[in-house]
Design a protein around this ligand. Structure first.
Ligand code: ADP
Ligand code: MG
Length: 232
């Protein structure tokens, strides 16, 4: 579970400061996708970066499975991210020289102790996840051999390598056409259900919103009336 409690985040802006996130509270439960929408510049990515513990808010709390992230040291926050949070950014940031399988296995080598012992297991997990995102036969391909949609699938599989309880996804369809975008959203919904992640999914594309479990809209950093957005 992830709970954002009265989050405010400002950035320096010349002499004054700009409020990117303004007193936002939001909870995502396991097995559900919470859509976050709103116009460009409304604070969606900033809110996600706070949720990911990548930026510390000016005020407010981030609770990840009952751990208060805002009180952790930088090292502790890094460990928390590694263990509990999967992050999918807009750009896939795949490493050009690595195959799809290696991109996922590299997650196992990042700082955690005992990574060598877990190598064989990590390779199995990587293959399992690549199959789950529909790329079983592409495991040995490098990014330049994959389409945009396939790269985004690798990106999503990589975020799930450490079995996170929280999955944070920023505009995963922005570089894709309508059909491929739809498939990526469906994949995130399915994986959330299968892996029981508490998922927050940023999108400004209204067509995807009806499928999500709940939707909030940000306007100028503030939560707007959620019922402005149609949800089944
Ligand atoms: P969105 O993802 O909804 O497009 P952002 O969270 O990227 O919105 O941006 C919200 C506001 O915060 C914008 O006014 C943006 O210019 C500002 N902002 C975002 N990141 C930074 C930063 N690192 N430094 C200064 N201002 C920023
Ligand atoms: Mg953004």
């Amino acid at each position: 579970m992830i709970r954002l409690d009265h989050i405010t985040l400002t950035f320096p802006d010349g002499e004054s400061r700009i409020t990117a996130v303004d007193n936002v509270s939001l909870t995502a439960h396991p097995g559900t996708v919470t859509g976050i929408t709103g116009p460009s510049g409304s604070g969606k990515s900033s809110l996600l970066a706070v949720a990911a513990t990548l930026i510390r808010p000016d005020s407010g709390k981030v609770m990840i499975d009952e751990i208060e992230a805002s009180t952790l040291s930088l090292d502790e926050a890094t460990a928390l991210r590694r263990e509990k949070i999967g992050i999918v950014f807009q750009q896939s940031n795949l490493i050009p020289s690595l195959t799809a399988r290696e991109q996922l296995c590299a997650m196992n080598e990042l700082g955690a102790r005992g990574s060598r012992k877990r190598r064989a297991k990590a390779a199995d997990r990587a293959d399992e996840l690549l199959a789950a995102v529909g790329l079983a036969s592409q495991a040995d391909k490098r990014p330049h051999q994959l389409s945009g949609g396939q790269r985004q699938r690798v990106n999503i599989a990589r975020a799930l390598m450490n079995d996170p309880s929280v999955l944070l996804v920023d505009e995963p369809t922005s570089a894709l056409d309508q059909d491929r975008g739809e498939q990526i959203i469906q994949l995130i919904l399915d994986l959330t259900d299968q892996l029981d992640t508490a998922t927050m999914l940023v999108t400004h594309d209204l067509v995807h919103l009806p499928q999500m479990h709940s939707v909030v809209e940000l306007v100028d950093g503030k939560l707007a009336q959620a019922d402005l957005v149609p949800v089944h």
